[in-house]
Design a protein around this ligand. Sequence first.
Ligand code: DX5
Ligand code: ZN
Length: 218
Amino acid sequence: MIKIAPSILAADFAKLGQEVAEVEKAGAHLIHVDVMDGHFVPNISFGAVVMDAIKPYTTLPLDVHLMIENPDQYIEQFAKAGAEYITVHAEACPHLHRTIQLIRSYGVKPGVVLNPHTSVESIKHVLEDIDMVLLMTVNPGFGGQKFIESVVPKIAELSYMIKQKNLDIEIEIDGGITAETIVPCAEAGATIFVAGSAIFGKEDREAALQSILVAGEE
Ligand code: DX5
Ligand code: ZN
């Protein structure tokens, strides 16, 4: 089964509560929360206070994507704000195994994110410790960018590694996802899809979300 995680980065921040409620009603499975610090990525978004603010508007799991340096310092805040998943970039974590254990210690599901150029081999030895791998199909930092097709073989490679080890790990894809780009990713074995502009950029969020979902399930 395919799951859709709308990214609130593309939502109207002046009415974030309603935006989140609307995509839940439209059939979203998770809410993707993009946290940027202006250091790890060249843009600043928002922090845990915004999660606190949207929490009352949705019953969906919050999927927190930390695009920040020093994530260890902030994991407690995001855990307390109600994160279901916290994903950290392998590129930002010199002690990735420790960071994963820290996330788990708060009862949150840990995930690791890989930039387009980072090999899946780099997380081979922590696969047993995580619940999700997020593969970036754009360079993180901004919504509305073009899908990088060369990541697709990485999805298949990761999917094979997970099956070989007989593990239960979600493969999430983030960046440039539309009803077209979801197709090769779903075929390659991805299970959760982030979509920002392709959902919040459209007037009819339900039609937009459902068309992506249907394309991914075919
Ligand atoms: C990029 C973010 C993405 C982004 C997705 O740094 O991690 O989640 O908001 O937006 P779209 O779907 O517009 O590429
Ligand atoms: Zn993201």
